[in-house]
Design a protein around this ligand. Structure first.
Ligand SMILES: Nc1ncnc2c1ncn2[C@@H]1O[C@H](COP(=O)(O)OP(=O)(O)OP(=O)(O)O)[C@@H](O)[C@H]1O
Ligand SMILES: [Mg+2]
Length: 313
């Protein structure tokens, strides 16, 4: 079983307007709403790929209820963790005249100690023990920076493999606890190792440093349209992304993680799983904002990638 954990989920409202100008009342088009937050998106993408996971997420107030409703509608298995504050709402506004996107991200509810303790308690109390735990997304204010480190300690007691996709201090602490797989992009990896990195060779060296320190077994450095680097103790490989028409790159990273863990859980070898993840990420960018990957697109892209592999041998 795959469990995703989202401590700072969101309801994402999207709308558009001809032009964004200050001071005036901005009369926007009708808004649409989608669930958001790293782990929740990973669960949604797994569902779209035809798989199943349990989305465990912190939830409070009316937006929490809305999240519940939306996840039900999408057929995503989910479990709420009641918190004292209100789940946040983010706002995305597309300016029609320029195509520019304005993304307003809220910090999220202020966690009291009971909130994050409850998150850990509910994770510990899962009756069905997961084989994979995906901890993804930012931590809300008030949540200790070492929260994901505590998640890792819990998951290790079940021998579950932990996959972490976050940034900054939260990523530092997660890595300190020693995980199975980290999926930073180049900027997040730079931050994690504490120095600038340029080019494949330096990225590989930085990732290997993390592996040698015992902070992770696998590093997948996502490189947008360039695909990803897969680094383990056994070796490093640049896996290319297929060329696709890009509509929106939002959520590409979550789809990459989803495809990878979905495939791993089905017993596929690591290299193939990451390739399937890249296909999922690339399938996601073909769709509008927040749509994530479609199964047909992912499978077609994956088949093309395998063919290109064969041809290259
Ligand atoms: N322009 C693109 N063309 C094809 N595939 C892409 C493109 N951008 C992203 N992808 C796919 O999505 C994957 C993840 O993208 P990226 O490296 O941008 O993740 P990220 O930086 O974590 O993004 P985010 O967190 O904003 O979703 C890539 O490895 C690739 O498979
Ligand atoms: Mg990302």
């Amino acid at each position: 079983m795959i469990v995703t954990l989202t401590v700072n989920p969101s309801v994402d409202a999207s709308t558009s307007i001809e032009k964004v100008v200050p001071d005036h009342k901005l009369r926007c088009r009708e808004a649409s709403y989608k669930p958001g937050g790293g782990g929740i998106n990973v669960s949604r993408a797994i569902r779209r790929l035809g798989g199943e996971s349990l989305a465990l997420y912190a939830s409070g107030g009316l937006h929490g209820q809305l999240l519940h409703h939306m996840l039900e509608q999408e057929g995503v298995r989910h479990q709420e963790i009641r918190i004292s504050g209100q789940t946040r709402e983010n706002l995305i506004v597309v300016e029609e005249s320029t195509g520019q996107q304005f993304r307003f991200d809220m910090p999220g509810p202020h966690f009291i100690e009971g909130d994050w303790l409850q998150c850990l308690e509910q994770l510990k109390a899962l009756t069905e023990k997961p084989t994979y735990v995906v901890a993804s997304g930012s931590l809300p204010p008030g949540c200790p920076a070492d929260f994901y480190g505590r998640v890792v300690e819990t998951a290790k007691q079940w021998n579950a493999r932990v996959i972490v996709d976050t940034s900054g201090e939260a990523l530092q602490y997660a890595a300190d606890a020693g995980v199975y797989l980290l999926k930073p992009n180049a900027r997040e990896l730079e931050e994690l190792v504490g120095h600038g990195i340029a080019g494949d060779e330096e990225l590989k060296a930085a990732a290997l440093e993390l592996i040698e320190q015992g902070r992770t077994e696998v590093v997948v450095v996502s490189l947008g349209g360039q695909g990803a680097l897969l680094i383990t103790r056994e070796g490093c490989e640049h896996l290319n992304a297929p060329e696709v028409q890009v509509l929106s790159v939002v959520g590409a990273g979550d789809s990459l993680v989803a495809g990878t863990v979905y495939s791993l859980e089905r017993g596929r070898p690591l290299r193939e799983a990451v390739q399937f993840g890249i296909a999922s990420g690339s399938a996601a960018v073909m769709n509008p904002e927040r749509e994530l990957c479609k199964r047909e697109d992912t499978e077609r892209l994956f088949a093309e990638m395998k063919e290109a592999d064969e041809a290259g041998r």
